[in-house]
Write a protein that binds this ligand. Structure first.
Ligand code: SAH
Length: 262
């Protein structure tokens, strides 16, 4: 896979792209990376990429011409890139989008700055993505977040192939739940003990505990995921009970004791 970025701060990317799992994946050829400087597609002495908005208002906007020329140039060599623009006004990035993007041969991430972009630039976008309901100063960090989530899905990027399967949000086999709680040594830390079942060596019981724990945690932290989760009828009944307990009218009362989930 080839991942490229277009922005006014190309120097932001290198540390993230050469450290740890991304660095190893890149050195082993699982993906290649290039960061382009949008100012290389300007034609004036000041290398101007922004201008005032028509109709007035605060701040500056990124001009359409450098963006369009840059994308045309970059795309003119090699396979056609899948072009992603980062903006708060986009589809919200999640694990399903990460999985979809991980099948692309070539991704071009276009990062905004200032108050955003001239709307006509979006004609070049195959996707408009937001990484969440908050406003960043630029799209570079969003591009790094998406690159990280996509690259770790590439076969061979993680040492252990299975570690992609059990994770929070992945569709199978955890079925769209958050991941269960995990523990490592010591078995007791400042009075907090690891659940006995995990020390029992009984794999069937461990699996059952993890499933129940994943359901509980999802009900506690992300009840919005339960509707789409892959649950059996008894699990769904249990989840409804838990959601009522964690978030129902009774548990919202002041002074009510909150049940905690690890
Ligand atoms: N005025 C714009 C925000 C511009 S922020 C608005 O209100 O919608 C400047 C740039 O940061 C954007 O062009 C975008 O590339 C990036 N950015 C900001 N928040 C983002 C988010 N939540 N997800 C992805 N990119 C974001």
């Amino acid at each position: 896979m080839l991942i490229e970025t277009l922005s006014v701060f190309p120097e932001m990317f290198e540390p993230a792209m050469s450290t740890s799992i991304l660095g190893r994946a890149r050195r082993s050829g699982l993906f290649d990376f290039a960061a382009y400087d949008l100012r290389d597609w300007t034609h004036d002495r000041h290398r101007t990429v922004d201008d005032e908005p028509y109709g007035g208002g605060q701040g500056m906007l990124m001009k359409v011409e450098p963006l369009a020329e840059a994308i045309d140039d970059i795309a003119s060599v090699g396979p056609r890139p899948h072009v992603v623009f980062f903006t708060p006004c986009g589809d919200v990035f999640d694990q399903t989008v990460a999985e979809r993007l991980s099948h692309e041969e070539r991704l071009l991430f276009v990062c905004g700055r200032y108050e955003g972009m001239d709307e006509r630039a979006y004609a070049y976008a195959d996707d408009r993505l937001s990484i969440g309901d908050y406003v960043l100063t630029g799209g570079e960090l969003a591009a790094m977040v998406v690159t990280d989530a996509v690259v770790r899905l590439l076969p061979g990027a993680l040492g252990d192939e299975m570690s992609n399967v059990d994770e929070s949000f992945s569709t199978a086999p955890s079925g769209g739940l958050l991941e269960y709680a995990q523990y490592t040594r010591p078995a007791e830390f400042r009075g907090a003990r690891v659940p006995d079942i995990l020390l029992s060596g009984d794999h069937a019981k461990v699996d059952a505990w993890r499933r129940e724990n994943a359901i509980e945690r999802t009900c506690r932290w992300r009840p919005d995921l339960i509707g789409r989760a892959d649950l059996s009828a008894p699990e769904r009944a249990r989840a409804e009970e838990l959601i009522e307990r964690f978030h129902g009218a009774a548990s919202a009362n002041d002074g009510e004791e909150e049940e905690t989930v690890s």
